[in-house]
Design a protein around this ligand. Structure first.
Ligand code: KIV
Ligand code: NA
Length: 261
């Protein structure tokens, strides 16, 4: 079986079918998520927190990401796999391309990077590397932000996110993750853009949803964020929790208002 492509995701947006996505870091969960019919697996640098037990994502190295991307892609059959570019591995276009190439060679079909990095995005796309943008809360900038909080609340901040999203699309990004922004803002951006917008803590009107796997399975070492949900409650098998998550995303039952800002 051939994995889904960026064209399949674009078609889902056009047809109004919600895209379900979860993070994974190893082969066993990758296979379970794939079997549940979840379309996108993100090898997130959140692995620094949930897998390595670090306080942030900043310690994650390119080698860590290559290793986990290999583990995940070894076991998936249908899901499209996106690998995060870790902290400071995309300071300039050429450096970014050299590093992104290693993630693609590890089996990723797309890389994700944080921020308004239009030149880097354009260069990667020119080299044949599909790029997913990431706006709103950017965990790699946590020391500048001073905490994991909602972004785009003030009008000027919201306008900047809207403009950056548009410019990322123009630079050639084919997917966008919006993290921790007001639901209304995410809805507006999702409607504006032609490319699919995947939300996390961004309300129900995005084109898809993503969660950190260990949060929704309630096995995280840290506190589960308010925008996430424990899909192991009432008690179910892991496979059922994954497929319930997929179904809840498809039917727009997740995220509910209590998970949104
Ligand atoms: O690293 C990660 O898991 C992510 C998601 C939260 C979008 O970037
Ligand atoms: Na990430």
């Amino acid at each position: 079986q051939k994995p889904l492509s960026i064209h399949d995701l674009a078609a889902m947006k056009r047809q109004g079918e919600k895209i379900a996505s979860l993070t994974a870091y190893d082969a066993s969960f990758s296979a379970l998520i794939d079997a549940a019919g979840i379309e996108v697996i993100l090898v997130g640098d959140s692995l620094g927190m949930v897998f390595q037990g670090q306080a942030s994502t900043l310690q994650v190295t390119l080698d860590d990401m290559i290793y986990h991307t290999r583990c995940v892609t070894a076991a998936r059959r249908r899901a499209l796999v996106i690998a995060d570019m870790p902290f400071l591995t995309y300071p300039d276009p050429l450096g970014a391309a050299v590093n992104a190439a290693k993630l693609m060679q590890a089996g990723a079909q797309m890389v994700k990077l944080e921020g308004a990095r239009f030149e880097v995005v354009r260069f990667l796309v020119d080299q044949g590397i599909p790029v997913c943008g990431h706006l709103g809360l950017q965990p790699q900038s946590i020391n500048r932000l001073g905490g994991y909080k909602v972004q785009g609340v003030e009008a000027a901040d919201a306008d900047k996110i809207v403009a950056d999203a548009q410019k990322l699309q123009e630079a050639g990004a084919c997917l966008l993750v919006l993290e921790c922004v007001p639901a209304k803002l995410a809805a507006e951006i999702s409607a504006d853009l032609a490319i699919p917008v995947i939300g996390i803590g961004a309300g129900v009107d995005c084109d898809g949803q993503v969660l950190v796997l260990y949060d929704m399975l309630d096995i995280g070492v840290g506190k589960r964020p308010r925008f996430s949900m424990n899909f192991m409650q009432p008690p179910v098998a892991i496979a059922a929790a994954l497929s319930n998550y997929r179904q809840a995303v498809k039917e727009r039952r997740f995220p509910a208002l209590e998970h949104s800002f």
